[in-house]
Design a protein around this ligand. Structure first.
Ligand SMILES: *[C@@H]1O[C@H](CO)[C@@H](O)[C@H](O)[C@H]1NC(C)=O
Ligand SMILES: *[C@@H]1O[C@H](CO)[C@@H](O)[C@H](O)[C@H]1NC(C)=O
Length: 362
């Protein structure tokens, strides 16, 4: 049944390369590759790219976890880099196609980008538009967890590029940038007492509630391109019983930062310092602190989009002349049980990556 669908798609115009695109994408989605378990998909890509004439290097990030770096001939530095990630969030969801939609974990985020980047470069190569030193491919592990793959490539790969195109679901638009993150934990230490005699205790819950109120109502920097910062108090754990003054309260908070993470962390630090004037019993733990990312986006023929999700872009530390974020599928269904990408998006992404690459090589 599924095979029939694939063959139907393959029978329209440009049949051969559409078939190749859809079957490459299917092979990638068929191989589970939740962050930490990327070995099989990396090995598959190594064989696939070698068979198609690329020079392929597996870069070991950790045992059983390899980044894949591929280029034409022997020039490891290239003008343009096409890059995306081969890990997915859990759980694994099998591939299936229904009409124009292809479901399955990673179908959209980001195996849709991986498949269309590969086919785009293959077609540019076959038509003689690119050669050695022009374009390379880098597919990394661990993007969905901690960015270990891209950071490892940044530190150890020893290859350099003028321009990078990062593949993530952007609905075929060029991302103008994405917000940063300031991720913290607040731990309040109180002292338990009978709730009828609150003067004998120190109420950790009350203090946390006061601080959270101030964090919710503080002013945070906005940005012309990226919009407003936003606060999410994702976890609150506190107290022991309704009739006990709470000895402990904790919250985990993630702020999507539109502009200047240091301003935001300064605001939070100020609130906590004030709260510590009376009893010094609030601990602020910085978990993650990442500045917003600004991208290039002015290319004729492309629409643009502001994104509210974090990516691997800042993990690749190079002096780029330009950086773009572009790919098939919508972030609104990525990570969900209904994750999908359309066949039309995959085909259009091949075209989009080709146009962007030509534009950058000009
Ligand atoms: C690759 O680029 C880097 C940085 O520009 C340079 O130092 C290095 O020599 C280049 N490697 C080759 C083989 O050209
Ligand atoms: C940003 O916040 C301001 C004031 O709080 C509001 O008026 C505006 O609509 C918000 N902008 C966006 C893009 O949400």
């Amino acid at each position: 049944m599924r095979l029939t669908n694939v063959l139907t798609i393959a029978s329209v115009a440009c049949a051969a390369s559409d078939y190749e695109l859809i079957s490459l994408h299917k092979s990638l989605v068929d191989i589970p590759s939740i962050s930490g378990d990327e070995e099989a998909v990396g090995k598959f890509l190594e064989r696939y790219l070698q068979k198609n004439g690329f020079t392929v290097e597996l870069q070991s990030v950790k045992p059983g976890r390899d980044n894949v770096y591929a280029y034409l001939g022997s020039k490891r530095n290239t003008s343009v880099l096409l890059t995306s990630h081969i890990d997915t969030v859990p759980p694994y969801i099998p591939y299936y196609q229904s009409g124009d939609k292809i479901y399955g974990r990673g179908s959209n985020d980001a195996k849709g980008s991986v498949a269309s980047q590969i086919i785009a470069l293959k077609e540019l190569y076959e038509s003689g538009e690119v050669g050695e030193g022009d374009v390379s491919l880098l597919f990394v592990v661990g993007e969905e967890y901690d960015g270990i793959g891209m950071r490892h490539a940044s530190d150890k790969l020893g290859a350099y590029w003028d321009h990078a195109i990062f593949g993530e679901p952007t609905e075929l638009k060029l991302g103008v940038g994405h917000k940063g993150i300031y991720n913290i934990e607040l731990d309040v230490e109180g002292k338990a007492s009978h709730s009828g005699y609150p003067q004998l205790g120190i109420d950790a819950n009350k203090k946390l509630i006061d601080i959270l109120y101030q964090i919710e109502h503080a002013e945070y920097p906005a940005d012309q391109l990226l919009g407003n910062s936003s606060v999410n108090v994702g976890i609150i754990e506190a107290g022991v019983a309704a009739n006990v003054v709470s000895p402990k309260a904790r919250a985990k908070i993630l702020i999507r930062v539109a502009h200047s993470t240091s301003t935001v962390s300064g605001t939070i630090k100020h609130i906590v310092d004030e709260a510590n004037q009376e009893y010094d019993n609030v601990k602020l733990v910085d978990i993650q602190n990442k500045e917003p990312v600004y991208l290039d986006f002015e290319v004729p023929g492309f629409e643009t989009v502001v994104l509210a999700y974090f990516t691997d872009v800042p993990n690749l530390e190079r002096q780029f002349k330009s950086r773009y974020l572009y790919g098939p599928g919508s972030i609104l269904v990525a990570h969900s049980a209904d994750e999908y990408v359309t066949v039309a998006d995959l085909k259009n992404a091949v075209d989009g990556y080709k146009r962007l690459t030509r534009y950058l090589l000009k």
